[in-house]
Design a protein. Structure first.
Length: 345
């Protein structure tokens, strides 16, 4: 638990930092928090027609995608939707022409990076989540950071890495610890926390197994939050606590000692301000439908945005369903709301 005095100071500092960041990012905008409850929701499921749930795929996140997809499929079927599983690693995409709508539960490459979105656009099939450009942009953590930096959304300092990089100079410029990340992988695959200068190059080599673009990022010590986005609203924030060195793959999908605190215990005004900034980060990338922004608030109350997920996990360990429950939405209702927003273009 966070000490109450420390929490009060954090709330005070956070409000000041977020207001500054919002001003930098183009004004205060609207506050996106939807409170503790949402309006009743009863869509006409028959109007969805025949729905394909895309799952599995060919990325390094295939196993997580299978879990997400089967959970989504069960929710849709239990709600009376004519839904079927569709694994693009095992079937031809042309077969999707037999469906009226697509729920994208693919994670990583070929599912979250704009490629499947482009194919669905060409076929004129409505699909869930962000469009081609936003999906491709958000999948690339480096280019996401460039957009956020240009718009004034705070994100940790970083340096791109390659075989010829002066790794000692990177440590000198950014300090230790460092996070080393593949630019276009999710679920913390290929990521490392570097505590010693001599470990930076091996961490780069590990990340390079998964991507050609690798960067080292300043490690921000503080409290980690995640902000789920549904439509044009931010759901209640979740605070993450893990005994792991960082919120890695095991902490996300396997471990039972990761703590998810929701309500997040921030003062309401501070939470709403952070939600508004998360929405701004979401909108700047052109995202739509749903997603999840991950961030850390340091000891000075400054929020640092790490990444934006356009097709977040929907497993029993996943964060968007947790936030939705706090807002009064069951898993089935959440899935229906996402599907309702399916679009072309």
């Amino acid at each position: 638990m966070i000490n109450k005095r420390v929490q009060a100071r954090t709330n005070e500092l956070l409000m000041s930092r977020v207001q500054h960041a919002m001003a930098e990012a183009g004004g205060h905008g609207s506050v996106g928090g939807i409170g503790s409850q949402v309006l009743p929701f009863a869509p006409r499921t028959a109007s969805f027609g025949k729905v394909a749930v895309l799952l599995g795929g060919r990325s390094a996140e295939r196993e997580v995608s299978l879990k997400s997809g089967h959970a989504v499929l069960a929710a849709l079927q239990s709600s009376g939707v004519d839904a079927q599983a569709f694994d693009p690693a095992e079937r031809e995409l042309a077969e999707l022409k037999a469906f009226d709508r697509v729920f994208i539960a693919l994670h990583g490459r070929y599912g979250e990076d704009g490629t499947i979105q482009g194919a669905l656009e060409l076929m004129g099939i409505p699909y869930t989540g962000s469009g081609v450009l936003a999906s491709a942009l958000a999948m690339d953590k480096w280019r996401t950071k460039l957009v956020w930096q240009a718009a004034g959304v705070p994100t940790p300092r970083y340096a791109m890495l390659a075989e010829y990089t002066d790794f000692d100079q990177v440590v000198t410029e950014l300090g230790l610890p460092l996070m080393v990340k593949p630019a276009s992988e999710g679920s913390s695959i290929g990521m490392s926390k570097v505590m010693r200068a001599e470990d930076l190059k091996p961490a780069y080599a590990l990340a390079a197994r998964y991507d050609r673009l690798i960067f080292a990022e300043q490690f921000v010590s503080g409290v980690e939050y995640t902000a789920a986005i549904l439509g044009d609203k931010a759901l209640p924030l979740i605070r993450l606590e893990t005994p792991h060195t960082f919120y890695d793959y095991d902490a996300k999908y396997v471990a039972n000692d990761t703590r998810y605190i929701c309500p997040c215990e921030l003062a309401p005004q501070a939470e709403r301000a952070l939600q508004a900034l998360a929405l701004k980060a979401f909108e700047l990338l052109g995202c739509q439908g749903w997603g999840r922004a991950d961030l850390i608030v340091d000891t000075d109350g400054t929020p640092y945005f790490l990444e934006l997920n356009t097709a977040p996990g929907m497993t029993d360990h996943s964060l968007v369903p947790m936030a939705a429950r706090q807002a009064g939405l069951s898993f089935d209702q959440l899935v229906l709301r996402i599907l309702e927003q399916a679009h072309v273009g």
